[in-house]
Write a protein that binds this ligand. Sequence first.
Ligand SMILES: Cc1cc2nc3c(=O)[nH]c(=O)nc-3n(C[C@H](O)[C@H](O)[C@H](O)COP(=O)(O)OP(=O)(O)OC[C@H]3O[C@@H](n4cnc5c(N)ncnc54)[C@H](O)[C@@H]3O)c2cc1C
Length: 319
Amino acid sequence: MRRLWQMTMIKLARSQRVKAWAQSSRAGTALATRYVAGSNVVEGVACATQLLRNKQIRASLFYLGEYVDTPELVAQNVAAKIAVATALGDAGLDVHVSVDPTQIGHQLNPAIARQNAFRIAEAIALASRSHAGSHMLMLDMEDQGVTDATLALHNDIRAAGLPVAVTLQAYLKRSANDMNSLISSGATVRLVKGAFAAGADVAYTTRREVKSNSRNLIDLMFSKDAKATGFKPIIATHDDELQHYASQRAKEQGWVKGVEYEFEMLLGVHSELAELQASNGERVRLYTPFGSDWWPHAMRRIGENPANGMLLARSLVSG
Ligand SMILES: Cc1cc2nc3c(=O)[nH]c(=O)nc-3n(C[C@H](O)[C@H](O)[C@H](O)COP(=O)(O)OP(=O)(O)OC[C@H]3O[C@@H](n4cnc5c(N)ncnc54)[C@H](O)[C@@H]3O)c2cc1C
């Protein structure tokens, strides 16, 4: 049932016809308001400012627009990523920007994506030069066809001395190896379960297996070896058991709460858990999407929990 719901929502997320209708009608407003910070840089940064001021929660800004395959849209995405980095710097906030490689030209030519990723990382370094904080180009991880390219991109940007981090997915069997090599180089890694599916030859295919591998990867991330290399763990999940598991491992291994690791969640999902963790002294960041192309992101969020069907129905009726 859950799988069927998710597949249906993913199909809706990819429908250009439904997207065009939803993004231009009142029907989608409730969805957009819940999962998206606004339609432009100013609204995105205003949301980040309020989260920090009112809830002590940080933000990673994400300009919406994925799997882009025209030079014009790539240029628009890159310009928005650079603009938001500059605006976050001007506001004195963490200059923390999330980027999908396919947003910045990977599908056109990986060399173009590489050039654009360097431009964004340089803009982040420049915008954050005069204030302390956790400043980062965070590379999201897409389907397994781009895993090697994304890791290579991360390693090259890091070798150039620019602020960069990368996401690993617990559903992929290769992630333990990837995690070990990122740990030995003292990188910053965001762990997620993974929003994609793949065959049992390369991936864990049940929720139980993925959760179990998440625990194994958390063990690596909070090991003494990881601490010794300066590795920085980011646990990105709404799964309260996994968050609890990570907090326990951190405590046992002597990681400083609120400083040496963080939790990351999505804007609009389980906000009460994010607020609880922040009030307990944990460092919490929200992945904060902004932009007008919000339909695919919102529908994937709706698909993550069948209980969100009510929200979808209400917003369609109100439109
Ligand atoms: C900050 C961040 C960055 C991410 N980046 C990537 C990435 O780069 N690549 C990638 O493949 N995936 C990414 N993801 C998505 C991730 O892989 C999972 O698909 C998603 O987070 C759901 O898994 P979960 O760990 O929250 O656990 P789940 O077991 O799916 O959820 C835990 C609990 O939260 C509830 N929940 C989860 N989502 C919702 C929702 N939308 N509405 C209501 N309840 C919900 C569930 O019902 C359950 O009770 C990211 C997630 C986060 C939080």
